[in-house]
Design a protein around this ligand. Structure first.
Ligand code: FUB
Ligand code: ZN
Length: 598
């Protein structure tokens, strides 16, 4: 399958156009302002005296990459000027080997490329991605060339001279970046360096991580022997992206098989209903199958992004609807919750339950045993700020997930109002989508040339046994394909193995998972029991700009004593739910995705 790059697709209305406009007008500047205030931007000027953190380079690199993607559709001269100054600083302060790392050049030079967990290769990976994107968007190749020099130095140290005290990065990222570097330069060495890092992982005892299990950075086994998602979730999905990339480039069956098994392990046993992954704060990590606690869910925004990127690469390996279903689950839920509706505040963790009063629990006695409770409000910045610039680079490229094609068929995986040009064999086809999806389920797809179009029927409304794609042979381009997916709200239960969701239900409408917030409901949310036989009414919540759902429910009456035999003492009430992605945009209150029901 061939990818269809976002650069040949214009999102020109509907749900994602609003989000893209928000990122262009608000989010990109908000992230820059915070980075400027924190010293992240000035740190690239070594004379500024700013004391950098050891992966600040990567935060700014992702911001540069975001500017590049925004510039693809419309140049942003003011933002470009900032990028150019940062790039000039990299050129000025890098050393004669091409090496550049703010922390290790200004604070700890004696430990250059000596500490596996010091993220130099992770930072380089992000700088490579930025250089590639900036060159492709603007034609300016300075950053790209600087990163080629730096990569050549890394290749020499790690692969040719083998004189570094560790062989694979403590945080994966460079592996997938090197594939992009190969694609844009045509230099096979870069692809081979990526394969070198991927192949070496988990093969050496020296790769021991001194403070965590070897699985923390996926070094517990050679990658082709891995069949479950382990360790730090962001590290993991970035590695799996590179594995899938290399499986495709080298037609490597063993790597493909490992990717398939790991992907299935994630979506069948280790992923939240929102598409969030990495349930534990300790190590920001996957734990064991079905361990998906709601209140303490870690579910880092970067991990959700990485899962969508992994799923997209799997879709290029084999056309199975489960990959596009997963992307849809992530982009409308666990990813979208990561930034506020007004675009300038962010979640690092995206929990599935919030009980504000629990935050007052005294956790001072033993930090290790304390309950990790994510913050209840989105924040303008974080000390560890990997997520905000990941969000700003993800939204402008969201159209990457829409299409793939082979020689004679265009596969439509995601529905967004748009216009695209796709090369199919020797034909150039214009394909248009008109839709307000997921506000409603209607989609009109038109091509200007006869061809085959395969449309994904989303998992929530397709028949069991269906391949997931319906194929249309278009002979008359004047008649569009008209789809109308049934978005009737539905109850969803979890596998009984998921302890946290046992005897609970969730509510979803089309791809959008819903949640209850205290502000819309009386009393404690956990005292509300949804009536599953109730009509569910849809109404517009104008404040949030979303469709709210209301249904009959029972409210458990308060019990004066600690225990009681009045087990069904309830009165009738109504429950109101909003999309999960819109939670925490009003006052601080309780929130839950999984509910009691009767
Ligand atoms: O270590 C760099 C980034 O910070 C990771 O990807 C995040 O999970 C956070 O640990
Ligand atoms: Zn992050």
């Amino acid at each position: 399958m061939k990818a269809v790059d976002f650069t040949s697709i214009k999102i020109n209305g509907g749900f994602w156009k609003e989000k893209q406009d928000l990122v262009r007008e608000v989010t990109i500047n908000a992230v820059y302002d915070r980075f400027k205030e924190s010293g992240r931007i000035d740190a690239f000027n070594f004379d500024s005296g700013v004391k950098a953190h050891f992966f600040w380079d990567s935060d700014v690199a992702k911001w540069i990459e975001s500017v590049a993607y925004l510039s693809t559709e419309k140049r942003e001269p003011a933002l470009e000027a900032i990028v150019d100054e940062i790039v000039d600083n990299i050129e000025k302060y890098r050393d004669e080997c091409g090496y550049f790392n703010i922390y290790h050049m200004t604070i700890e030079p004696e430990n250059r490329l000596k500490i596996r967990d010091h993220h130099e290769l992770y930072c380089l990976g992000h700088l490579i991605e930025a250089g590639v994107a900036y060159y492709k968007a603007t034609g300016k190749d300075k950053l790209l060339k600087l990163m080629c020099d730096y990569t050549d130095y890394v290749e020499k140290r790690f692969k040719i001279d083998k004189n570094t005290p560790f062989t694979t990065p403590g945080h994966e990222e460079i592996e997938l970046a090197l594939v992009k570097l190969y694609d844009v330069t045509g230099e096979k060495r870069y692809l081979e360096l990526s394969r070198f890092f991927v192949d070496e992982r988990g093969t050496k005892s020296e790769e021991l991580c001194d403070w965590m299990a070897r699985s923390y950075n996926q070094s517990h086994a050679p990658v082709r022997e891995q069949d479950t998602a382990e360790g730090h979730a962001v590290r993991a999905v970035y590695l799996y992206c590179a594995m899938a990339d290399l499986a495709l480039k080298y037609n490597d069956e063993a790597l493909k098989n490992a990717c398939r098994k790991i992907f299935d392990n994630i979506i069948n046993k280790r992923m939240y209903i929102t598409g969030g992954i990495g349930s534990s704060a300790f190590g920001e990590a996957f734990t064991v199958d079905y361990d998906l606690p709601n209140l303490t869910a870690y579910t880092e925004s970067c991990a959700a992004i990485g899962l969508a990127l992994f799923a997209h690469r799997m879709l290029l390996l084999e056309n199975d609807a489960k990959y596009a279903d997963t992307i849809e689950r992530v982009i409308y839920n666990g990813f979208l919750s990561s930034f506020s509706l007004d675009g300038d505040k962010f979640f690092y963790c995206n929990p599935l339950e919030i009980l504000p009063y629990m935050l007052t629990k005294d956790t001072s006695q033993n930090e290790k045993n304390s309950l990790h409770l994510p913050v209840t409000r989105r924040q303008k910045e974080f000390e560890c700020s990997c997520c905000p610039p990941n969000i700003t680079r993800f939204v402008p490229t969201i159209a990457n997930f829409m299409y793939t094609c082979d020689d004679d068929t265009i596969y439509v995986h995601q529905y967004m109002q748009s216009e695209a040009q796709i090369a199919l064999g020797d034909k150039k086809i214009k394909i248009e989508q008109k839709t307000l999806y997921p506000t409603n389920g209607k989609i009109e797809i038109k091509v200007d040339t006869p061809c085959k179009v395969a449309v994904r029927i989303p998992d929530y409304c397709r028949d069991k046994g269906s391949s997931g794609y319906e194929i249309f042979e278009i002979t008359d381009p004047s008649s569009p394909i008209c789809l109308d997916f049934d978005l009737t709200p539905r109850f969803v239960c979890a596998n009984p193995e998921v302890l946290a969701d046992a005897d609970k239900i969730a509510l979803a409408r089309g791809p959008v998972v819903y949640c209850m917030e205290g502000i819309d409901n009386e009393g404690h949310l956990r005292s509300i029991v949804l009536d599953t036989s109730s009509q569910i009414t849809e109404s517009e919540n104008a404040e949030l700009g979303v469709i709210a759902l209301t249904l009959d429910a029972y409210q458990r009456k308060p019990i004066a004593s600690l225990y009681s035999t009045k087990i069904n003492d309830t009165y009738k009430t109504k429950a109101t739910l909003i999309p999960f992605y819109a939670f925490a945009n009003r006052e601080e209150c309780e929130m839950q995705v999984w509910h009691n029901y009767r």
